[in-house]
Design a protein around this ligand. Sequence first.
Ligand code: LLP
Length: 421
Amino acid sequence: MDHFLYRDGVLHAEDVAIPEIAAAVGTPFYVYSTATLERHFKLFDDALEGLDHLVCFAIKSNSNLAVLRVLGNLGAGMDVVSGGEYLRAKAAGVPGERIVFSGVGKTRDEIRMVLQGGIRQFNVESEPELRAISEIASELGVSAPIALRVNPDVDAKTHEKIATGKSENKFGIPIAKARAVYAEAAALPGIAVVGVDVHIGSQLTELEPFVAAFTKVRELTLALRADGHDIMRLDLGGGLGIPYERSNFAPPLPVEYAGVIKSVLGDLGCEIEIEPGRLISGNAGIMVSSVIYLKQGEGRDFLILDAAMNDLVRPSMYGAHHDIIPVIEPAPGTEAQPFDIVGPVCETGDTFAKARAMTPVGPGDLVAFRSAGAYGAVMASEYNSRPLIPEVLVNGDQFAVIRARPSFEEMLGRDSIPEWL
Ligand code: LLP
C-alpha cells in the first residue's frame, strides 16, 4: 500500500492534492510521501526483529537529503557508493558508524575521506582495492573495517543491466577465491576483517536466487571461521523487487525475504545488514507531468508530455514499465484508448509507453507516473538543456520543495566561455 490515492476524484499524496503542488511548483516534478518511506523502512526493520541487524538504505535509489533525513531519523543506516553519497548521508545527520561503503571503483581520495570521517565498513570488491585501503589506513594510523563482497555466481533472474551476481559481472571477488583473499586481508596492516558482503542484483521478483546466494555465504562464513577469521557481520545487499504494474503479480514481501535470511543464516550469530533501495523509495514517489499536445499520427495517437527521458530514464534505458494515470480520476465507465506516451526530447528513445491504454486526457491535464521514487530523480540529466525537475516531500497535509528547479540562468551559469573566444 502507498499513500497516493484518489480522494473525491483527485489524486493526492497523503493529504495534499497533486494539483495544489503543481500550481505551486509547476510541472514536471517528483513528489515523495513521508508515510510511505517510513512504512517501507519499518517493514524491513520489523521483519528482521530477533536478529541483531541494521537496514542500510541504498542512497543510489534516492539521495535527496530530506528523504535521507526521514530514514535516518528512524535509525536507518546508509549504503553509499561514492564520496558524494557519503557526504549526503553525513549531511542528513547519519553518523559514520551507520554508513557502509560499496562499489567497484572507490578512489584513493574517497577512501581517505571516508576513513577520516568515520565508516562502519568498506565492502571491498577487489584485491587492488584492499591493498589501497590498507595503505591509506596505515598512512592515517587507523584500522579500516572491511567485508569482502563475494560474487556467488548466482542468476538473479532480473534485467541483464541490473544483475550483479554472475561471474561475468564486474562485481565482487569470485567466491572460490574468497578464502585466499581473506587470508591476505588478515595479514595486511590497517585492515580489520569484520564480515562478508554479497549483492546479486536489483528488482528481484523471486526468493530462490537469494536462497542460493545466502546459502553460499553461509558455507563461506563457516569456512572462514574455521580459517580463524572473526566473521561477525553479514551484509546481504539489496535487490528485493517492487510491483510496477498494479494488476500484475506481486514480488515476495520483506517479511518473506527476512524469513529466508533467518532460516539460512539466523543461527550463525552474525549481525545482519541489508541494503534495500527500491523497495523503500520506489513506491514512495511519483512523477507528475502535464500534457502539452495530443498529436494524431498515422494510426496512433501521441500524448506529448512536458516530462522526458532526461527526467525519468528507466523506460528508455531498461524498457521499464511505469503505470501512468490521470491526476483527475476518470468517470466510471470511461473507455480507455491506446496512446503512445512520449516526451519532447529529440530522439525516438524518448518514449515512456507504446499503445498504452489510458482514459483520454488533453492539453494541460496532469498525469502521474507511479513507482518513480527510486532511480528517478537520481538518474535525471539536463539533456536537451532541460533543467533538473524539482522534488517535493509531503508529510500529512504539509508539503515542501526539497530540491528547487534551477533557473535557466543557473543552468547556463555553470558553463563558461574561455577568454580567447
Ligand atoms: N546494494 C548495492 C551494492 C547495489 O549495487 C544496489 C543497487 C543496492 C544495494 C540497492 O538495490 P535495490 O534494493 O534498490 O534493488 N538503476 C536501476 C537499478 C540499479 C541498481 C544498482 N544497484 C533501475 O532503475 O532499475
